[in-house]
Ligand binder design. Structure first.
Ligand SMILES: N[C@@H]1[C@@H](O)[C@H](O)[C@@H](COP(=O)(O)O)O[C@@H]1O
Length: 245
């Protein structure tokens, strides 16, 4: 695991966007795995700026999103479809964009179809990831299998609480989500993990201990040979050793 410690959220976001831009310049037909949540917002802002000001071209890039809430219509203001539209897709035209359909009549079928799509079009050349304070990646909660494919996950109460800030009230946070599995995520060629702020300090500390354990989903990343962690000083904390290589 390559670890880059940066000053703050802005710097993390800029570094992440530069990482993606460099890879897209080298391969304009890249497949990009995308994440939601507060963490990648700055990265998306910088990608949009690069497109606007430096004419970065994403017209042949295909994107796959990690996850979507179950039961929210695509045009619901808190669906991840709406999130991506608002923060990235309306600002940067991509070739093709895929997000799981959380209101599919047959969710199992949707999961299988999404996994097949990833296999057919991908796997992603770069998978962008945030980390939950309980170590979740995508919506793979503690206990999720490291070999798991796209599936329906019941959200941990801590995750629902953390995401309540995006909803009018905590009860409005859906109880389930479709998520790419940890096995699907690990198929990506490169993984770019971002973490910012004190809220993530404990999760980063635990990750950097380097112990692989299904009770801590992000530790599965030690099974992958090309992971870059960009972490700001608050999330990294003082005195954390670079245990990981
Ligand atoms: N499903 C998403 C994850 O993809 C995200 O990485 C994580 C952290 O969110 P945030 O970036 O808002 O801290 O939780 C969310 O629930």
């Amino acid at each position: 695991m390559k670890i880059k410690v940066v000053k703050d959220y802005e710097e993390m976001s800029r570094e992440a966007a530069l990482f993606i831009e460099k890879n897209v310049r080298e391969n304009p037909q890249l497949t990009l795995g995308l994440a939601t949540g507060g963490t990648p917002l700055g990265t998306y802002r910088f990608l949009a700026q690069g497109h606007r000001e430096r004419k970065m071209d994403y017209s042949r890039v295909t994107t796959f999103n990690l996850d979507e809430y179950v039961g929210l219509p695509k045009n619901h203001e808190h669906s991840y479809h709406s999130f991506m539209q608002k923060h990235l897709f309306s600002l940067v035209p991509f070739g093709r964009t895929y997000i799981p359909n959380g209101e599919a009549a047959d969710l199992e079928e949707e999961c299988i179809a999404y996994e097949r799509l990833i296999e057919k079009e991908g796997p992603p050349d770069i998978q962008l990831l945030g980390i939950g304070s309980n170590g979740h990646i995508g919506f793979n909660e503690p206990g999720a299998s490291f070999e798991g494919e796209t599936h329906v996950e019941t959200l941990a109460e801590t995750t629902r609480k953390a995401n309540a800030r995006f909803f009018p009230s905590p009860e409005d946070v859906p109880k389930e989500a479709i998520t790419m599995g940890i096995g699907s995520i690990l198929k990506s060629r490169k993984i770019l993990l971002l973490a910012s702020g004190l809220r993530k300090n404990e999760a980063i500390r635990r990750l950097l201990k380097g112990e692989m354990d299904e009770s801590f989903p992000a530790s599965a990343l030690y099974h992958h040979e090309n992971v870059t962690l960009i972490v700001d000083e608050e999330a990294y904390g003082k005195g954390v050793e670079d245990i990981a290589e």
